[in-house]
Design a protein around this ligand. Structure first.
Ligand code: G6P
Length: 588
């Protein structure tokens, strides 16, 4: 939620911050702003709305200086208004800052700062006034910032400047922050795409890090004990091109099509590491899969796969609910966390719960260097490259591919698992081809004006139905609900009327039962869309996918991703940035 970027160096800063914010828009896009420091003055431009719209109103690139910071917002405290947009300043106009996170004690702190004039309803503005207060006590900019941050309960990634200083302060606790390291220039930011056009060298900050940055380099301190510390520079293995749309109109389509490659990359893991994790799974007493959103449907799929292939029971719990399962955790429990970003707050909180009970934590993550990769005992990387569209597509299928591989490894049949997944290459290629996309666009035309839709599946196809419903509703805003095939008749079938679309996922092992369920809907006037390997007379529209048994969750979801994309376009929705959503949910 919210993206921040700063720059110290010798170039003109505003265009750099602007392009960085564009790359971070997936983290929030309801307001944006940039501040620079030049000749002892702070210059700010900010407003509510998407960055491009704000830019066309006030030319965000036209701000002077070589020192600056910017913010793209996903509102938490305070409505979507110009006043609440970052950057925020103190009363004297000396301090300016941006923040990603939540200050939990902000009401308490605001009472203590009753003599200050607040311009916004945000929790963030508190930090500027706290620093001002500390400076009144005689502390310099750096010391005042340290003291202010120590008073905060909650989490933050923040960048702070003073009009009388040529440095940026960067600090984090609980929210992501990395520093791009260039030649005499530095880019502190929420995520790597913000600066990948300039450098592939990065320093990952850790919780409680407090960094003083100027163009000569960063100095790192720990806010826990005030001591100077060291942080290593690493090099990322993906390039600027991967973070660009290239020939595609939207990242969503680009990332859907990339699945031909990404699924193969995900399974290209060291067999030794996979076998090691499989041993951990075999030795554990009680296993939990923990994730949020789309990743949680990958986990649910994984639990069916483990049941079928490895005969192992796995509990699937949403990150936000995991604390309620604490009583079942012991030092023999294995917690496997799955996340694209590795920064989802609820998923990260689950690590803390597991740690309290001495449980082992493994993770499946896409973003290398993210908090989850650093806080787990072992980590498998999905290696999908940057996923920029807010909706998760290629990371989802990569997560499922890895879970399938782990299930086979747990059953002692790793090679068989690899073979099944390798065979997917051609199918995924066909499923993302232009002809398939056109076929789904035609279906999109039929669905675009509907108010409600349903999806059903049984067994492995049940989580697929849930994920398909999520994809469709989050990007097209058509209310879509997913059900286990047998469950729709227990209440929700009352909502089926003439022409209500219902997408039915058919696999060989569930065919008879799911077709019966489809009949029940058809008899009440439902419009049946079949997704499977064979057409059936009850289908009003048919989407052909290969029958691939254990990998059906991958082959059956891809047309749904494309359908969601097409319906979004037909309804005039932005597929990359659906309303109210953010890619990285770093708040609870
Ligand atoms: C948000 C995103 C979803 C994503 C979920 C979990 O809700 O909009 O697309 O599935 O977070 O994110 P993670 O990065 O942990 O997989």
């Amino acid at each position: 939620m919210c993206g921040i970027i700063g720059y110290v160096g010798e170039r003109e800063v505003a265009p750099i911050i602007f392009s960085g914010l564009k790359k971070l828009e997936y983290r929030g896009y309801d307001s944006a702003g940039i501040a620079t420091v030049h000749n002892g003055k702070i210059c700010i431009k900010k407003d509510s709305g998407k960055i491009d719209d704000i830019h066309s109103r006030m030319n965000l690139k036209n701000l002077p200086g070589c020192l600056g910071l910017g913010h793209t917002r996903w509102a938490t405290h305070g409505g979507v208004t110009r006043e609440n947009a970052h950057p925020h300043t103190d009363c004297s106009g000396e301090i300016v800052l941006v923040h990603n996170g939540i200050i939990e004690n902000f009401q308490e702190l605001r009472k203590l700062l009753k003599n200050h004039d607040f311009e916004s309803e945000t929790d963030t503005e508190i930090i500027a006034h706290l620093i001002e207060e500390e400076m009144k006590r005689g502390n310099d900019f750096v010391e005042a910032s340290k003291s202010a941050l120590k008073k905060i309960v909650g989490h933050y990634a923040t960048l702070i400047m003073s009009k009388n200083d040529k440095r940026i302060i960067a600090a984090r606790r609980g929210s992501p922050l990395v520093i791009g390291v260039g030649d005499k220039e530095y880019f502190p930011a929420s995520d790597i795409p913000a600066f990948i056009d300039y450098t592939k060298n990065v320093i990952y900050l850790q919780d409680h890090d407090f960094v003083v940055l100027d163009k000569k380099g960063p100095k790192f301190f720990s806010l826990l004990n005030g001591k100077e510390i060291k942080r290593e520079v690493s090099t990322v293995d993906w390039d600027a091109e991967q973070a660009r749309k290239g020939e595609f109109d939207h990242f969503m389509l680009k990332e859907i099509i990339e699945q031909t490659e990404t699924i193969q990359k995900a399974i290209n893991q060291s067999s030794d590491v996979i076998k090691e994790v499989a041993e951990d799974i075999k030795n554990a007493k009680g296993i939990f899969f923990v994730a949020c959103g789309t990743a949680s449907y990958a986990c649910m799929t994984g639990s069916y796969v483990f049941s079928k292939i490895a005969k192992k029971h796995i509990n699937v719990v949403s990150g936000s609910e995991f604390p309620h399962f604490e009583h079942f955790l012991t030092d023999r429990t294995l917690v496997i966390e799955v996340s694209q970003s590795g920064e989802t707050a609820d998923t990260l909180d689950a690590v803390k719960v597991a740690r309290r009970k001495g449980s082992k934590v493994l993770s499946i993550v896409n973003v290398m260097g993210s908090s989850l990769t650093r806080n787990s005992d072992k980590c498998l990387l999905t290696q999908s490259g940057p996923e920029i569209c807010v909706l998760s597509t290629k990371a989802y299928t990569a997560q499922i591919a890895l879970l399938i591989l782990l299930a086979y490894a747990t059953a002692g049949k790793l090679e068989e698992g690899k073979k099944q997944l390798k065979e997917l290459y051609n199918s995924v290629y066909d499923l993302t081809a232009l002809s398939t996309r056109e076929h789904l666009k035609k279906l999109g035309e039929k669905l675009k004006n509907k108010d409600h839709m349903f999806t059903i599946g049984r067994g492995l196809m049940y989580p697929t139905a849930l994920e398909a419903a999520l994809k469709l509703k989050e990007v097209s805003y058509i209310h879509t609900e997913g059900f286990a095939g047998g469950d729709l008749k227990h209440g929700t079938i009352a909502l089926i009327e003439g022409g209500t679309p219902c997408i039915v996922f058919v696999s060989k092992d569930t065919e008879n039962d799911i077709i019966s369920n489809a009949m029940e809907i058809k008899s009440r006037g439902g419009y049946i869309i079949g997704v499977g390997s064979e057409n059936n007379e009850i289908f009003d529209y048919f989407i052909k996918v290969p029958e691939s048994d254990i990998t059906n969750p991958i082959t059956h979801i891809i047309p749904m991703q494309i359908l969601a994309y097409q319906v979004a376009l037909l309804r005039g929705c932005d597929p990359d940035k659906p309303r109210n959503l953010a890619k990285s949910v770093t708040v609870r």
